[in-house]
Design a protein around this ligand. Structure first.
Ligand code: SAH
Length: 475
């Protein structure tokens, strides 16, 4: 709905921990305001036209004051935009969602809330800690550790007495006070305690101890904010229920350029990896007309061009039988399949463009049909070739920072590999040599090896095989 503001709970960080409704609202949004704790990968759900506004606050360093955030959101909604306010975890768990909601209503604007998985529950689950358990805790308390002033302290006496699980959010800078106050009020020094930093993210780290020892342990392990502090016997269940940190690719970042299918992404996420998919390639159809004078042979360079060719001859009121005397040649497996699907068997097939002999003398009567950069590649070898380029493809620039944090790359196709490399700077190409680049097929491999960039090829052309290879590499 236009002019509406949706308060979305983004969950603890892992992009798949959003609700179905949240994903839809992000896809529909014209503007998204997001916080410091938001995993930037979530913004990939938004459309290319969506405006992303970072209003994140660092602890004790207010980037944009709360009242200003509210005014900015309201202003955008009044312009008739569909506005999303993305908050970490659940918007109503220490998220100031209630305040923002009231302000929106006071301005006579429509608003809705989409609850999210709070880190207090979901974050603990990813560390193997169930917030309640029949044998250990029949209640839980989620408490802010952001202790305002000396005389506005928590009710330590009651907190120390409760048998339920205690979870402190925003508590890292007060860890010393929290533990010492609870011990002072006679909570058992043996109470198991865990600290979980950046839960559900690749940076997740968990340490455990007791009420008495946890401060030292946290300091030695350099545990910082944002972290969850959890106290109670449920912490002991971690040794049985820790599924996430034990996954084979836990903590690894994998970049997948220009994927159109989710198969590999899902395999990687299930193996514990954090996946960065680069946006799909954008295509532009060129309006050039197809000229077929003395053509005796057509060489198709990619599958999509086969479709464009058929569309073109249809719009010229021609029939495929018109080409009975023309030889059809394909480059690449998918191109061959595309032609087969039309009931045509190519007279020659080649795995890659470089396998095609451009010195053949009858080149005059050969027409190369393909995406523009494929044709340009051929023209570098022989600028006299005849061609028809039905479309061009563009890719977004790769950020240095995004490339830096990557451990692995997986190239889903030779096309993706080709465009990925084409747009990198020389410096980025050098950096690429330090990353593990996974490929399935020979053709994709060749795109890298011709540039002297080493790759790791899977034994078989399957997702499972790529995954097995990655796990082996990691050991
Ligand atoms: N609305 C959020 C909480 C906001 S308060 C929710 O429901 O989760 C911010 C605090 O939440 C942080 O200081 C930290 O204690 C906790 N937190 C949020 N996300 C976290 C994460 N991924 N890992 C660990 N702690 C997190």
């Amino acid at each position: 709905m236009r002019g509406q503001i949706t308060l979305i709970g983004a969950g603890p960080g892992e992009p798949e921990l959003l609700t179905v409704k949240a994903v839809r609202k992000l896809q529909e949004a014209d503007a998204v305001f997001y916080d410091r704790l938001i995993n930037q990968d979530l913004l990939n759900y938004c459309s290319n036209e969506c405006e992303m506004i970072d209003v994140g606050k660092k602890p004790k360093q207010h980037k944009v004051p709360q009242s200003e955030i509210e005014n900015l959101i309201i202003e955008k909604a009044k312009e008739g935009k569909r506005v999303v306010r993305l908050k970490s975890g659940d918007p109503y768990v220490f998220g100031r969602g209630g305040e923002e909601g009231r302000k929106i209503k006071e301005n006579d604007l429509e608003f809705e809330v989409i609850p999210g998985i709070t880190s207090a529950i979901g974050g603990l689950a990813y560390a193997g800690i169930p917030i309640t358990h029949r044998d250990f805790a029949s209640s839980f308390h989620v408490i802010t550790g952001h202790l305002k002033t000396e005389d506005n302290q928590l009710d330590w006496e009651n907190l120390a007495k409760t048998e339920g699980t205690l979870v402190f959010l925003m508590g890292m800078s007060e860890l010393e006070t929290i533990t010492s106050q609870l011990m002072k009020h006679k909570k058992s020094v043996e109470t198991p305690v865990a600290i979980v930093r950046w839960a559900t993210r690749k940076e997740q780290k968990t340490v455990t101890g007791t009420l008495e020892t946890i401060c030292d342990i946290a300091e030695k392990a350099k545990m910082t904010s944002p972290s969850l502090i959890v106290m109670g016997d449920v912490v002991t269940q971690r040794e049985h229920l820790n599924f996430y940190e034990n996954r084979p690719l836990f903590g690894k970042r994998v970049m997948i350029p220009y994927t159109e299918k989710k198969g590999m992404t899902h395999h990687l996420i299930d193996a514990g990896a954090s996946v960065l998919e680069l946006p799909k390639l954008t295509k532009k159809i060129t309006k050039k007309t197809l000229k077929l004078k003395n053509t005796q042979k057509i060489v198709f360079l990619d599958a999509e061009s086969v479709t464009h060719f058929i569309e073109e001859i249809k719009s010229n009121k021609q029939d495929i039988r018109h080409f009975q005397l023309v030889d059809f040649v394909t480059i690449g497996h998918h191109t061959e399949l595309a032609l087969n699907n039309l009931g045509i068997l190519p007279s020659e097939t080649y795995a890659t463009v470089s396998d095609y002999d451009l010195t053949q003398k009858e080149l005059n009567n050969v027409l190369f049909i393909g995406e523009k950069s494929y044709v340009d590649q051929l023209k570098e070898q022989n600028d006299r070739i005849h061609s028809w380029t039905p479309y061009e493809t563009y890719s977004k620039k790769i950020e240095n920072a995004a490339l830096e944090e990557v451990d692995y790359l997986y190239l889903p196709s030779s096309k993706a590999a080709y465009y990925f490399i084409k747009d990198l700077t020389d410096e980025q190409l050098e950096r690429l040599k330090t990353k593990k680049i996974m490929v399935m097929g020979e053709v994709t491999k060749k795109v890298f090896t011709t540039k002297n960039i080493p790759v790791i090829q899977s034994e078989k052309p399957s997702f499972e095989s790529v995954l097995t290879k990655m796990i082996e590499e990691d050991m």
